[in-house]
Design a protein around this ligand. Structure first.
Ligand code: F6R
Length: 241
């Protein structure tokens, strides 16, 4: 794993956006795997700035997102579809027909998962996968458990994840309890992986991810087995390393 030390959140965002920009310049028709959550918001902001300055072209890019809540429609402000449009897709010249997320409104979860695996396969595979890191070590919504799940699957979100998401919803009842997520095999098949981590609250889990045992109770620990992982983390997140 390559670890890049950033001064703070803004520096982390700029460094990670530069890595994604380099990927897009080197391969203008590349497939980007994207993440939602608080951490990558600054990265997307930087990519939008690069686009506005004329330095980036999204017209040939395909994107596949890691996950989507189950039972939430695309026009719900808390859906990951909405998030991606709000933070990136509506602000750059990307072809929306080539932006993909799991279909949160598909009630047949087996179908939703199979459909999404087919979509990912049809893109030809992810060139660069952007990941955030959950406090419990989850990537996508691959939560701690007895195994690593390979393919897209429906997950019951961990209590800690539901609590962490609570801040985005008016009440606890509205916080989704399930999500569709890419599996670990799909994430690991990305040619390159870029993990962004910020804040002292992520320091203990980041240490486990990088130096701990490779085990499914810390799902991100599997990244130690990938040949091309870059972690861009700020000083606070790296404070235990
Ligand atoms: C989001 C995702 C999650 C987040 C993780 C960290 O698509 O898959 O794994 O990356 O929960 O979230 P933040 O960045 O809000 O701390």
């Amino acid at each position: 794993m390559r670890i890049i030390r950033a001064k703070d959140y803004d520096d982390m965002s700029r460094k990670a956006a530069n890595i994604i920009s380099a990927q897009m310049i080197m391969k203008p028709n590349c497939v980007l795997g994207l993440a939602t959550g608080s951490t990558p918001i600054g990265v997307y902001g930087q990519l939008v700035s690069h686009y506005q300055e004329g330095d980036l072209d999204f017209s040939g890019i395909t994107t596949v997102n890691l996950d989507e809540y189950r039972g939430i429609s695309r026009d719900n402000e808390q859906s990951y579809y909405y998030f991606m449009h709000d933070n990136l897709f509506s602000k750059v010249n990307i072809d929306l027909k080539r932006t993909f997320l799991p279909d949160g409104m598909e009630p047949d979860s087996a179908k939703a998962c199979q459909d999404y695996d087919r979509v990912i396969a049809e893109t030809g595979g992810v060139d660069l996968q952007l990941l955030g890191l959950g406090h419990n070590g989850h990537i996508g919504f691959n939560e701690p458990g007895p195994i690593f799940k390979a393919q897209t699957h429906c997950v019951k979100l961990a209590e800690s994840t539901i609590k962490a998401n609570r801040r985005f919803f008016a009440s606890e009842e509205e916080v989704p309890k399930e999500a569709y997520t890419m599996g670990i095999k799909t994430i690991m098949q990305a040619k390159k992986i870029l993990v962004v981590v910020s804040g002292a609250d992520k320091a203990p889990i980041l240490k486990k991810v990088i130096y701990g045992e490779i085990a499914p109770d810390v799902q991100a620990s599997v990244l130690q087995l990938h040949g091309d992982v870059t972690v861009v983390a700020d000083e606070a997140a790296l404070s235990e390393i």
